[in-house]
Design a protein around this ligand. Structure first.
Ligand SMILES: [Zn+2]
Length: 873
């Protein structure tokens, strides 16, 4: 699963008032697998810890055959399940299944009804005899799944564990294609079929899906047949002969277009790679997903284990409850993945595509046996993004992303608390989907790779996959695979990183004498993190050139002495930039100039650029060079250095930034340059530049940045530009327009917001952004205009999907507070006007106050319809 935190966080940038509330709302979204930031928990030291053991395996599932059809008007699934299973070890006359909120109509074996007991979401079936582990039995269950009728956590309004989702099933919302999709992780697929809903359970799968002929269907495995029925419906038969965990079962139904692509296996056979998208996105599907076949080939080769499944399909759905999900061979993405080819210039989802694909080895083929071990799935999926970037875009890009991943872990842990990576005493299993399991896990794999070497690392992975394929595993199995290949007892590594928490916080200092350099590392992290054993590569630059050696820093303070020859020019601690931790480095400032010229790793070069003091004679040269660096983030970072340059260098630098704003190949750099220029050049010059970018740039993010800068020097010109851009077919561009209107828009611009929501042309995260902007826009205007937004909030709360619902209390709360303040202002105006003997003005002020009060009362009615408490997990 891929978290959505970053996507949500982006939207929130614009939302300043009620900041803490909004952040809390963002955290809540993390509960639905969002990830990087868990809610701030109050310290509850006294609460007894619960050890979450893996579920005891009583029964082995063998084959799950489902025959399903749908009642779209009721949001029901009518199902018949034929389940083949056997006792795992001990003989039994019972079968216990998870079945959440269903109507169980009958259970039978060989045509005869069985006794069964169904309560508290558990279906216990009395088998027709006692079976031993050598005997297979088959039960048939007729049932109806009613996901929308099910009350979860005391509220039925906002749930992310419904398992089965009917989106716009009665076609009431314009421009939203009706569809059905499923989301199983963690244990929600048992809402739509009875199963042993645990990650250490696996089953083969057959799926007969009956739909109206206009619908396409998608499920795991191969499409074996497609049969038209006498009543005009069609039954698609999907079959997967290889077992996988129940949470990976998937269905998707809707009027999707299927864009066909393919992957050629090394044995010459061709495998289907399909993209399911809504009709208007058919032309963009290959631009969005087109790297997939190359990724399948790359990962298969790297792991030495060929992609194990029948096919690879990716589908984009509406109102999705997470980022993306690795259902075996049938991966789901949220609608943020819909991007036009022009929007893809700014931003693509290849890292998410890689993430879900890599799960097909780590997660789908070998599955973490319990949610406590989730990092066995997510750390690899996270690390695949590094592997793909390194292969496709080079080490600089991979290391840039790695820095972001590490920052994500630090932020998540600081906000949500530190815990062991393999976390047995979590409160809710949904809390496992955080910056530990993903980001930290991924960084740890990279450290391990660089510790034991690339070849040993990938061989150990191959052995781990082969030994545990189609089974569940816990982290010890991973350790044993690495131990077998490397020959080393790796408990020290796994104990500190997998069974421990936190990371090292280090003070690193250097002292040189005539023939050696001493490196002292003090570990200063909190006591409960313990001391870390740290094998670190150190590169010393002296008259011989560069010499790299590995040293251990295991104590509270460790000093290592390395022989040198002649002048020491620089020392790089952690040469391969792999260590997950924080470091305060005390280094001769002049070494950074040498480091800039002589390092191959992006991180070391960026450090040199940032840490070389501006007083150093080399500083300007380094910054000017950095502005022309081949790697985009170095160019972008160098812009910050211009402020402290001497005036003759500054002119050259500013000219360079102007060039970057217009012609840098990376749109993020053009944005950074354009933004920085507002403090560097005159207003008219900036206006001219922004106007030109608005006309000529292909990138919507550059155009949005140009709008914003233009608004600062000439907001009327920015508003005019916005009017021209209102019809631009890009939800990204619409977000930019909406933001300018939020700040400067006049009453007329309310029509713009009304049209956006009426046409439902912007959906998903972008819709939240526009709703943010509309909220700030109306808050600046009078109550009469504000009232025009009320039906929009009401309708969006009812039909706008779960993200809009999640943020709605913040919007309405903010508007109410704002109106409350206005009422005081109108009262004062009325008083003053009366005193001044101006009855007209007094009447106007009074009218506004009455309107404000009426609106507050309507907001209260809307608030009353919000659920009292969000559904828990
Ligand atoms: Zn994942």
């Amino acid at each position: 699963m891929k978290k959505i935190y970053y996507l949500v966080a982006l939207v929130l940038v614009a939302c300043q008032p009620k900041h803490s509330d909004t952040e809390r709302a963002a955290s809540k979204s993390n509960d639905s697998k969002a990830g990087a930031t868990a809610p701030i928990e109050e310290s509850k030291q006294d609460e007894p810890k619960v050890y979450h053991a893996s579920r005891t395996v009583l029964t082995d599932l063998i084959n799950t055959k489902l025959e399903v059809s749908f009642d779209w008007t009721k949001s029901w699934l009518i199902g018949k399940e034929t389940l083949q299973a056997k006792p795992h070890y001990y003989a039994s006359d019972k079968l216990v299944l998870d079945a959440k909120g269903m109507e169980i109509k009958s259970v039978s074996m060989a045509g005869k009804n069985c006794e069964f007991d169904y309560k508290d979401d558990v279906l216990t079936i009395k088998l027709n005899k006692t079976y031993t582990r050598d005997e297979t039995f088959t039960v048939v269950i007729d049932y109806i799944a009613k996901p929308d009728d099910r009350k979860a956590g005391g509220s039925s309004a906002i749930t992310s564990d419904k398992g089965l989702y009917f989106i716009n099933p009665r076609g009431e919302e314009p421009n939203k294609m009706p569809q059905i999709w499923t989301q199983g992780e963690t244990e929600s697929n048992s809402v739509w079929f009875p199963t042993i809903d645990s990650p250490n359970s696996k089953s083969k799968q057959e799926m007969y899906i009956t739909v109206q002929d206009k619908y396409a269907t998608l499920s795991n495995g191969k499409l074996i047949s497609s049969t038209k029925n006498a009543d005009g419906t069609r039954t698609d038969y999907w079959k997967q002969d290889l077992p996988h965990a129940p949470y990976l079962f998937m269905m998707g139904v809707g009027e999707f277009k299927v864009v066909k692509d393919s992957y050629k296996r090394p044995d010459g056979t061709t495998m289907e790679v399909n993209y399911y998208v809504e009709p208007q996105w058919e032309k963009d599907a290959k631009a969005i997903f087109g790297e997939t076949p190359a990724m399948i080939g790359f990962f298969s080769q790297l792991l030495g284990v060929e992609y194990p499944w029948d096919k690879y399909s990716q589908i984009v759905v509406r109102d999705y409850v997470s980022g993306a999900m690795e259902n075996t061979g049938a991966v789901i993405f949220g609608d943020y993945a819909y991007k036009t080819q022009r929007e893809l210039l700014d931003d693509n989802d290849n890292s998410t595509i890689a993430h879900e694909l890599f799960h097909h080895w780590f997660g789908d083929l070998v599955t973490a046996e319990s949610w406590s071990n989730l990092t066995l799935n997510e750390s690899f999926a996270n690390y695949s993004q590094f592997l793909w970037d390194e292969h496709r875009h080079g080490l600089d890009e991979a290391e840039y992303q790695a820095l972001q991943e590490a920052a994500g872990y630090f932020a998540s842990a600081e906000q949500g608390g530190y815990h062991n990576l393999v976390w047995f005493d979590y409160k809710s299993r949904e809390d496992m989907f955080d910056g530990h399991s993903y980001n930290k896990g991924g960084r740890i794999l990279h450290m391990l790779r660089k510790y034991i070497g690339d070849e040993a690392f990938f061989l150990a992975l191959k052995n781990y996959l082969k030994a545990n394929q189609f089974k569940a595993a816990e982290f010890h199995q991973l350790r044993l695979a690495f131990e077998e290949v490397s020959g080393e007892d790796l408990n020290w590594f796994f104990n500190q990183w997998y069974l421990g928490k936190g990371h090292p916080i280090m003070d690193v200092s250097y002292a040189t004498d005539a023939n050696s350099v001493s490196i002292t590392v003090k570990q200063k992290q909190k006591k409960d993190f313990g001391l870390f054993k740290l094998p670190v590569d150190v590169t010393v630059y002296d008259d011989r050139g560069a010499t790299t050696s590995r040293h251990w820093f295991n104590d509270e303070s460790t000093t290592v002495s390395i022989p040198t020859q002649g002048t020491v020019k620089n020392v790089i601690f952690d040469s391969e930039a792999v260590l997950l931790g924080k470091m305060e480095e005390k280094k001769d400032p002049s070494w950074y100039a040498f480091q800039w010229n002589n390092s191959k790793h992006y991180i070391h070069r960026k450090n040199a650029l940032q840490k070389l003091p501006s007083s150093n004679p080399e500083a300007s040269r380094v910054a000017l060079e950095a502005l022309k660096d081949p790697f985009w983030d170095i160019r972008s970072s160098a812009i910050d250095k211009i402020g402290k340059m001497s005036s003759e260098n500054k002119t050259a630098a500013v000219n360079r930034v102007k060039q970057m704003a217009t012609s840098d190949s990376v749109s993020a750099v053009r944005v950074a340059a354009l933004t920085a220029l507002s403090g560097m050049i005159t207003g008219p010059e900036l206006e001219q530049l922004c106007t030109e970018r608005l006309e000529k740039d292909q990138s919507y993010s550059v155009m949005s940045a140009a709008l914003l800068q233009l608004s600062k020097v000439n907001y009327k010109a920015a508003l005019e530009a916005c009017k021209r851009l209102e019809s631009e077919p890009s939800s990204k561009m619409q977000s930019g327009v909406a933001m300018i209107y939020a700040k400067y828009g006049e009453a007329d611009q309310m029509t713009y917001y009304e049209n956006v929501f009426k046409s439902n042309s912007v959906q998903g995260f972008d819709k939240i952004g526009i709703m943010n902007s509309m909220t700030f826009f109306i808050a600046r205007h009078e109550p009469r205009l504000q009232r025009r937004a009320l039906p929009i909030y009401e309708n969006e709360y009812k039909n706008g999907g779960m993200y809009v619902q999640m943020f709605m209390p913040q919007y309405i709360g903010y508007l109410k507070d704002n109106l409350q303040n206005s009422i005081e202002k109108y009262k004062a105006e009325e008083e003053k006007a009366k005193k001044d003997g101006n009855p007209n003005a007094a009447e106007i002020a009074r009218g506004k106050r009455v309107e404000a009060e009426a609106l507050i009362s309507d907001y209260d009615k809307l608030i009353a319809s919000f659920p009292k408490e969000e559904a828990g997990h």
